[in-house]
Design a protein around this ligand. Sequence first.
Ligand code: FES
Length: 575
Amino acid sequence: MSTRKRPEELRSHRWLGVSDLRAFGHRSRLRQVGYDTIDWAGRPVIGIVNTWSDINPCHTHLRQRAEEVKRGVLQSGGFPIELPAMSLAEVMVKPTTMLYRNFLAMETEELLRSHPIDGAVLLGGCDKTTPGLIMGAISMGLPTIFVPAGPMLRGNWQGNFLGSGSDVWKYWDEKRAGKITEAEWDEIENGIARSFGTCMTMGTAATMMAIAEAMGLSLPGASSIPAADSNHPRMATQSGRRIVEMVWDDLTIERVLSQSSFENAIKVHMAMGGSTNAIIHVVAMAKRAGVQISLADFDRISRKVPVIANVRPSGAFLMEDFFYAGGLRALMNELHELLDLRAMTVTGKPVADNIAGAKVHLRDVIHSTSNPISTEPATGVLYGNLAPRGAIIKPSAVEKRLLKHRGPALAFEDYNHMASMIDRDDLDVTPDHVLVLKNSGPKGGPGMPEWGMMPIPTKLVKQGVRDMLRVSDARMSGTSYGACVLHVSPESYVGGPLAFVKTGDPIEVDVAARTINLAIPQDEFARRKAAWVPPPPRYQRGYGAMFSAHIGQADEGCDFDFLSAHLPVPEPEIH
Ligand code: FES
């Protein structure tokens, strides 16, 4: 560890500590708020980037958690400043929060850069907020701690536990099949989200919060604490105390992150049976950090690391149970032989110290690596003439009969086309068909919405069919399940081969061989490719136009081309 910083070396000193006209302006305006010299002089300024909003139910408590972080900052002699940022409520923001992940990343980076901030505490958790905040913080490069919002309590309906997302899809199918009533559906609506906090299944939120901790960016065990548990505000205050020390020690995010921390994160992702969305986010975060991570790394690691967290949708329990079972520290200790225990963390200590002694208390919930919950891995990366740059499947959440499948395509040109057809009784479809959804990728969606778990045609639902092979360039919610091939890259909207699929074409998927192919003659394939006409960009103005012009493909992490580089940005001039 380097020697401690002196107050004159703080970044904020340029704004507050010097004797010139501009510094007079900065200090006099702090006095306007009611602060005095003792509040800031010689103290690290900690920016608390808060993604609270009235319309984000997963972050309802973050307004209070910011106060608890401030308490910790003050206890350690820092000066806390709260900086509101875009909230990205997963269920409310349309067409999809993924359209705005990079917006939040830009906002986080520039909030930290343009203000007199020495260290950052990031408050988020609902799906895209975690990667958005971290991507921005990586590019800014200050000492940073991530405070995860934590999962909400279990849902409850008639004495049964309900899981976010997963049970919505399940009971929606039961309702479509006529097996539950409107009144029961209303009871489920009342019981499925009972407290503040993120989705409590192993969706993107729980996955990304665990990944942030596994990367070393949160205090040990933080990501597993339910939002409504009193351990959660204590963790927030501890994070506030810790960030001040990180500033003095100059423990920047760059000094925490390494190839090992990203590989540890992917291993944890696999063991948790985590959301497929995390693959895009980890690739994007790694690029920002100058670390080489590709889809091939996910496939390689998934073959070695079994799924041991028995949490829906791959398993049976919920994140509240995972916390009682010992949480992420216990899971990481189960994996200790597979992890690089030397990787640095925000505690200033390596992973080994943070997980030492962590025990599994409920063996049903966190299995041992010798007794995994699934013999299938959490992630498979498929390649073939339909996905030259890769596609993703979650084998642990697929009906086994579909892991090797050949069937005729039923192709939909876009979501509205699919939605207009899927409930028709005269739809020409069998359980062997492969549903194909086009124009749902990064540019085509736009924003790569979570449309990949296409509904099973109502006609087949009534016959008892609950899984079919589905192929798209969309993402799917981490709370979803089924034989869904996702993130087909390049996407159809830019002329990827998915654009050429016609209803009736045979499609072959072999998960064990990691292949996906359109089984049509080569010359026919070439004819369709030559006849393809690029569609116009989705947006002509505004943020959407910038998004359309600069968004990368799924295998690249969907970052903007001008943001993904690991390059320095000058500090602002102060004149
Ligand atoms: Fe916020 Fe699921 S809706 S985490």
